[in-house]
Design a protein around this ligand. Sequence first.
Ligand code: HEC
Length: 172
Amino acid sequence: MNRSTAPVTLLLSALAALAACGGDAPPAQSTAAAPSAAAPSSAAELTDVEMEQGIGPIRDLELGPIDLALAESGEAAFTTKCSACHKIEERYVGPELGQVLSRRRPEFVMNQILNSNEMVQRHPVVKELLAQYYTPMPVQVTDHDEARAILEYLRSVQTGASSTSNGTGGDR
Ligand code: HEC
């Protein structure tokens, strides 16, 4: 048995753990605490893809030209489920969304819609938004197609392509 080297290894990893977590763990007796580098310590552990596309079920969307019928159904969903907190042109309970696609990827937007709980807890961008807006956004939509329709609406607003967003929806 390699018992003789074990204490050294343990001590080293305990020291590493100590350095990593600022010293609030009891040093020696932590047999199980060694792999704490992989512990779920929130933010910093996101992959590059998660940083860009957000955390959630949506990855690598392929978007074609804007589908106005889809955008129209998305607008209806937006009015019912989002407009209590979001406006198209200005800050409200949450950020304005008319230009959201110039600052976020479409996958990010859909993941925020479908998985805002986790986004708020773990994504540094959304955590920072929470610090500014104080309200954690609730999940209002669980259906991917509905989230996709809302995205289409936001795309249409962003590009001014929507024939429906000019007169309706209270965006101004
Ligand atoms: C109860 C209020 C509320 C509702 C309802 C709500 N949101 Fe939010 N939303 C927020 C807040 C507040 C934030 C800022 C981040 C946070 O604190 O969660 C946010 C953030 C976002 C973001 C990220 C914005 C950015 O600048 O990156 C998107 C996209 C978004 N919401 C879309 C939606 C959509 C689409 C709906 C409807 C399905 C919706 N939200 C419903 C409050 C809300």
